[in-house]
Design a protein around this ligand. Structure first.
Ligand SMILES: [Zn+2]
Length: 449
């Protein structure tokens, strides 16, 4: 395939030393590791004494800490309505301009970054003022340009039919401005192209109903096969990928038939479709944090309708059961939370605790957020493991996540966050460098009422 070589910026040489390295490959952790970094990339990794430390290199001493690849959340929505700030679901939907929502998107991405998430795949949003694809792309691009500090981002653009699950993220009665939904293959191709023109990395669509929206059955069909085929084909024509929200086995079959790259959520299943997914190239994001009582209670406090609360509770056991069956069958799983306004931005790593509770080994759970996530993003050449040649996205953690996965949930334990060789957060003794100076859930609350 035709390839344009990027020009790699050279930078200073750095060396990280630590107590243990979980490199992301799933093998036994390496004791006394030394990681040599040149510019943005890892030059060498090995045991102390076996790797030459270049003279004049800056040494980052992570004594006593566990080193591991930067984590990735492959499904979240940083520009979801800011209910936690505004206390109220409706106020957050109606009182906020897209411009303010964009500022929150950046802030939310920074909260996740500070917690060790060096890469986020934001699967888009719409509002009564139009799709937020350009706003999300601008956050991604301003981070990449070095204008603001934040994680590496991949952006999804909503490409769905009228009245779809993703259309109903807005109130049913809201006026829809602009070109937000489309019907029929050609109109949907145009919507996909509009999102691609805005710069999205992922064309996001939905094949079925969903959980978090008012007056919508989760098992309805949201697209014809002809329509989903057109959307996926359009994404691929532009060398991009298609992510399909699916709640039902019929939705899974449609997504597989269309050649989708990722299937989002784990809700309902049948045995046949699990085997079909396990045998395919498709990666799935479980998004279980969004299904917990914690998430449901957050929704309740923000004034979400009882219909939605009851629906979320009713879906819960199906999601956990489907996860267990899919994991057992060998479905390719990469971590995704669906974090929007429940629970709070930055709590992403709580998703991994659920995987472990449902039967994954801690090492496997870590891999869903590192190596597997890199594969889902088709970035495995650059991301996902701590190996020579890859980007130096590395975090240093207090405690052993293989013994207790919950250590990844506390900011004080995420002692260093490095992205492409640069340290953005450093909370080791004697250091006090944060991306943002608040903890998740602790930022200023604005009461609009
Ligand atoms: Zn989502």
């Amino acid at each position: 395939m035709f390839e344009i070589k990027e020009v790699e910026a050279k930078g200073p040489t750095k060396v990280i030393t630590g107590a243990t390295l979980i490199d992301g490959n799933g093998g036994k952790p390496l004791a006394n590791p030394v990681i040599v970094i040149e510019g943005r990339r890892i030059k060498a990794v090995g045991q102390k004494g076996k790797v030459k430390i270049p003279p004049r290199a800056e040494v980052i001493d992570c004594k006593g800490l566990t080193l591991m690849p930067g984590m990735m959340d492959c499904h979240l929505h940083t520009m979801m309505f800011n209910c936690l700030t505004f206390h109220n679901y409706r106020v957050a939907q109606w009182e906020i301009t897209p411009e303010l929502q964009q500022m929150y998107g950046l802030f939310h991405a920074q909260l996740c970054f500070d917690m060790g998430f060096t890469t986020l795949r934001d699967l888009g949003l719409n509002t009564y003022r139009g799709l937020l694809t350009p706003h999300l792309c601008a956050v991604r691009d301003s981070i990449n340009a070095g204008v603001v500090e934040g994680p590496r981002m991949f952006i999804g653009g909503f490409t769905t039919i009228t009245g779809s699950h993703l259309d109903l993220i807005q109130p049913r009665a809201a006026q829809r401005l602009g070109f937000q939904t489309a019907d029929g293959p050609w109109e949907l191709r145009k919507l996909a192209r509009t999102n691609l023109l805005a710069g999205c990395d992922v064309v996001k669509t939905c094949a079925t109903g969903g959980g978090g929206t008012d007056k919508e059955e989760p098992d309805i069909r949201n697209m014809t096969q002809e329509e989903i085929n057109a959307i996926v084909d359009e994404a691929h024509a532009f060398h991009k990928v298609a992510a399909v929200h699916c709640f039902t086995p019929n939705g899974h079959r449609m997504a597989l038939e269309a050649g989708a790259d990722t299937i989002e959520h784990m809700v309902f299943h049948d045995e046949e479709v699990i085997d079909m997914i396990a045998d395919s190239h498709v990666w799935m994001t479980p998004t279980l944090l969004h299904r917990t009582d914690r998430a449901i209670n957050t929704r309740k406090e923000q004034g979400t309708s009882m219909f939605v609360i009851n629906k979320m509770k009713a879906l819960q056991p199906y999601c956990f059961d489907t996860f267990q069956k899919m994991h057992k069958a060998g479905v390719k799983i990469a971590m995704g939370t669906d974090m929007g306004f429940d629970p709070e931005m930055g709590a992403n790593a709580c998703e991994l605790e659920i995987y472990v509770k449902l039967g994954m080994k801690p090492m496997e759970a870590i891999q869903t957020a590192t190596k597997n996530a890199a594969h889902l993003l088709k970035m495995e050449r650059d991301l996902g493991t701590v190996e020579a040649g890859k980007f130096a996205d590395i975090i240093a953690v207090k405690g052993d996540p293989l013994k207790d996965i919950r250590v990844l949930q506390e900011k004080k334990n995420i002692q260093i966050v490095m992205k492409e060789g640069r340290v953005y957060a450093d909370r080791r003794a004697g250091h006090n460098m944060n991306v943002v100076n608040v903890n998740p859930g602790e930022w200023k609350m604005i009461d609009y009422l």
